[in-house]
Write a protein that binds this ligand. Structure first.
Ligand SMILES: [Zn+2]
Length: 274
C-alpha cells in the first residue's frame, strides 16, 4: 500500500519525466475511483502543462501552468505509469492523461480507493482545501519531540492511531507507524497522553530515520506498490515487525504478536515495546 516514502518516490519520478510536458487530452474509462472521474474529463486540462510536483503526507500535488493543481492519492493499490498511449489499456487503468509527445500519464487502481482530481489553490503554491487540516510533515523541522509531546497531551487513545492521524503528523500509515513504534520501543497500545517527553523525542527521531531510509530505498513493495518505472521498492526487506507476526523478534527473540488497534492490524514485540 503506497505510504509516504512510496508517494515521495512517485513524486520524484513524475517530476523527472513530466515537468514541462503539456496535457493533450483526457480520457477516462471508468465513472469513478474514490471520487467521480467525470469532473476531471470536463476540467479543460488540454493545453496546460505540468509545472512541478510537490508532496503533502501521502498526497502528490502536481502544479499546473494555469495555477490549478492535480491532486493524487494512491489509495490501497494505485499505480501510475508514463508510457506510450499505444500500449493497450490494462484492465484497471481508469485514466489516461495524453501528453504532447505520444505518451500518456496512466493511472491504474485495482481497488479504486485512489484519488485523481483537479483542485483550485488558495494561492500559488498553496495547499488544496482537502489537505488544510494536515499537521506537520514528519521530515520537516516543525515535527519534533516537543511538538509531538504537546500534541499528545490529553489524548486518551492508543499511540498508534494517534501517530497515523494526518492532523497530528502528515502521512504516517500502518506500515511505518508499526516500524517506528518498534524502533522507539513503545507499545502501540500505550495511551498517547501518557508518553514521556523522552519517548516523544525517540518517536520523532525514529520517524525521520525510518521514513528517510525507506525513501532512499524506493519505498516498500507490499502487495501492489511499484515505482513509476516498474521497479520494486527495497525497504520491505528491512521491515522488522510489520508482516512478521508469529515470527521471533530480531532484537530479543520474543514472538511478535498481532492485534487490531484502531481497526488496523498491528504487529509488535511484547519484549521490546513497553
Ligand atoms: Zn523484541
Amino acid at each position: 500500500m503506497p505510504e509516504l516514502p512510496e508517494a515521495e518516490n512517485i513524486r520524484r519520478a513524475l517530476a523527472r519525466v513530466l515537468t514541462g510536458r503539456k496535457i493533450a487530452g483526457v480520457e477516462i474509462f471508468s465513472p469513478a475511483m474514490r471520487e467521480p472521474l467525470t469532473p476531471l474529463a470536463a476540467a479543460g486540462l488540454e493545453g496546460t502543462a505540468f509545472a512541478g510536483f510537490r508532496r503533502r503526507g501521502r498526497y502528490v500535488i502536481a502544479d499546473l501552468s494555469d495555477g490549478r493543481a492535480l491532486l493524487m492519492h494512491f489509495g490501497m493499490s494505485g499505480v501510475v505509469r508514463v508510457e506510450s498511449a499505444k500500449i493497450p489499456r490494462r484492465k484497471h487503468e481508469h485514466v489516461f492523461l495524453h501528453l504532447d509527445d505520444g505518451r500518456a500519464f496512466r493511472f491504474e487502481c485495482t481497488r479504486r480507493f485512489s484519488v485523481l482530481k483537479v483542485c483550485t489553490l488558495p494561492e500559488p503554491g498553496g495547499v488544496p482545501a482537502e489537505l488544510g487540516t494536515f499537521g506537520p510533515e514528519p521530515l520537516s523541522e516543525a515535527f519534533n519531540g516537543d511538538s509531538l509531546y504537546r500534541a499528545s497531551r490529553g489524548r486518551t487513545g492508543c499511540v498508534k492511531p494517534f501517530l497515523m492521524n494526518n492532523c497530528v503528523v502528515a502521512g504516517i500509515g500502518n506500515i511505518y507507524a508499526t516500524e517506528i513504534l518498534f524502533a522507539a520501543g513503545v507499545s502501540p497500545l500505550r495511551p498517547a497522553g501518557e508518553l514521556s517527553q523522552r519517548e516523544c523525542v525517540l518517536i520523532a527521531a525514529e520517524s525521520k530515520r525510518i521514513l528517510a531510509r525507506a525513501i532512499e530505498l524506493g519505498g516498500s513493495s507490499i502487495s501492489d506498490f511499484r515505482n513509476v518505472d516498474g521497479r520494486e521498492g527495497k525497504f520491505a526487506q528491512e521491515l522488522e515487525v510489520y508482516g512478521r507476526a508469529g515470527l521471533p523478534c530480531g532484537k530479543c527473540g520474543s514472538m511478535i504478536v498481532s492485534q487490531r488497534i484502531g481497526g488496523r492490524t498491528s504487529a509488535f514485540c511484547p519484549g521490546c515495546q513497553k
